[in-house]
Ligand binder design. Structure first.
Ligand SMILES: [Zn+2]
Length: 215
C-alpha cells in the first residue's frame, strides 16, 4: 500500500510522551489488562464527533467501556443479507461475547449528522439524497424521527431530532433477537442519554414520559 505515510511528528512526540509518563506510571494496570482480557460492564454507542468524550464524562479507565462510534450514534434495524454491518457486529459482540450489562446510546448537541438528516428531510441538502452518499444513506435510519417532530423553529426541531435519534436507536436495538432476549431476561438494560457539549449537561431518556430529564 504505497499511499501510507509516516505518522505526523506531533503525534510521534505525543506518543513518546505518553509512553514515558502515563504508561510508565500505570504499567502494572496495562499488563493486567493485557493478561486478563477485557470485561467491560457497559457498551456505549456515541457519535464520531471529536467533542464527545464518554470516558471523560464518566471518568472511565481503559477496559471499562466497550465503545462504538459512528455518525450520529445510530443503531440500524436488524437486517441480514451479506452487507457490511459494523455497528450491528459491535452490538452482537458486546451482547453475546462480552455479555455487557448496560448498553448506552449517547447523543449530543450540535450533531452534524443529525443536522444533515434534518436538512436532507427538509429538502435543503439534495447532495445527501444521492444514492452515492454514505452519510445520506446512513442517516436514512433517522428519517422516521423527522416525521415525528413537533412545531418550532429549525434550531429547536434539530435539538428534538438529536433526542429522537437516541430513541430510534434504542427501538432499533430491540429488533436484534440477542438484544431482545437479554433485555427480557433481565441480563441487559438499555439507556438513552443526550449530552450538551457547551453546558456540560447530561439528560437521560425517561420511558414513562417519553422525555429526557437531567441526570
Ligand atoms: Zn454527532
Amino acid at each position: 500500500m504505497e499511499h501510507a505515510r509516516p505518522l505526523p511528528d506531533y503525534l510521534v512526540r505525543r506518543y513518546h510522551g505518553w509512553k514515558a509518563t502515563g504508561y510508565e506510571k500505570n504499567k502494572g494496570w496495562y499488563l493486567q489488562l493485557a493478561e486478563d482480557g477485557q470485561h467491560p460492564r457497559a457498551m456505549v454507542v456515541s457519535c464520531c464527533d471529536s467533542r464527545v468524550h464518554v470516558t471523560s464524562i464518566f471518568g472511565a479507565d481503559q477496559g471499562e467501556f466497550f465503545i462504538h462510534r459512528n455518525i450520529a450514534n445510530l443503531i440500524p434495524p436488524a437486517e441480514t443479507g451479506g452487507n457490511h454491518h459494523g455497528t450491528s457486529a459491535a452490538v452482537e459482540y458486546a451482547i453475546t461475547a462480552l455479555k455487557v450489562s448496560h448498553l448506552i446510546v449517547l447523543g449530543h448537541s450540535s450533531c452534524g449528522g443529525v443536522k444533515g438528516c434534518y436538512d436532507m428531510c427538509s429538502g435543503n441538502a439534495p447532495e445527501l439524497e444521492s444514492k452515492d452518499s454514505y452519510v445520506g444513506r446512513w442517516m436514512d435510519i433517522l428519517r422516521p424521527g423527522f416525521e415525528k417532530l413537533g412545531e418550532g423553529d429549525d434550531e429547536s426541531r434539530v435539538r428534538q431530532l438529536e433526542r429522537e435519534c437516541v430513541v430510534i436507536s434504542l427501538e432499533n436495538l430491540m429488533t436484534f433477537p440477542h438484544v431482545k432476549s437479554a433485555v427480557e431476561a433481565g441480563r441487559l438494560s438499555l439507556h438513552g442519554l443526550w449530552h450538551d457539549i457547551g453546558a456540560g449537561d447530561l439528560e437521560a431518556y425517561d420511558p414513562a414520559s417519553g422525555a429526557f430529564r437531567p441526570v
